[in-house]
Design a protein around this ligand. Structure first.
Ligand SMILES: [Zn+2]
Length: 133
């Protein structure tokens, strides 16, 4: 049985038929393109996940911060998310809606700010301890 590629419309013989994750018939070339698009989409979603991680872990670091792990995670995840929105990363950032980009900016900045706030408190406490001796 022959079929047509749902991507480019090419007629495919049975041995050339491939299926996408959502069960559409595609040729090998369209299947590869689909794979790349899906991978890029995952990478774009990772940027958003990083920003949200930065916010949550940054807030957590204010209260719980064993060996500064939360500070390190919040700042590195936030920095990764912000860096990903800078020019040069359009391949992934263009896949994000303007609303998602704003969400990423806000989450990453707040996450980094919360982590920095915790550090400032620690330094302030350190200063008090040193000067009260
Ligand atoms: Zn095709």
């Amino acid at each position: 049985m022959d079929a047509t590629c749902s991507g480019c419309g090419k007629t495919l013989i049975e041995s050339d038929i491939l299926y996408t994750a959502d069960a559409r018939v595609v040729c090998a070339a369209c299947n590869d393109k689909d794979d790349v698009a899906a991978t890029d989409k995952r990478a774009a979603n990772n940027i958003r996940t990083s920003a949200i991680t930065s916010l949550l872990v940054g807030l957590l670091s204010v209260f719980v911060n064993p060996i500064y792990a939360c500070t390190v995670i919040a700042i590195s995840a936030g920095a990764y998310a912000l860096k990903s929105l800078l020019p040069g990363n359009e391949r992934f950032s263009d896949l994000l809606s303007p609303g998602t980009k704003s969400l990423i900016w806000v989450c990453a900045c707040l996450g980094i700010a919360a982590a920095a706030f915790r550090l400032l408190i620690d330094f302030a406490i350190l200063k008090i301890v040193l000067f009260s001796r």
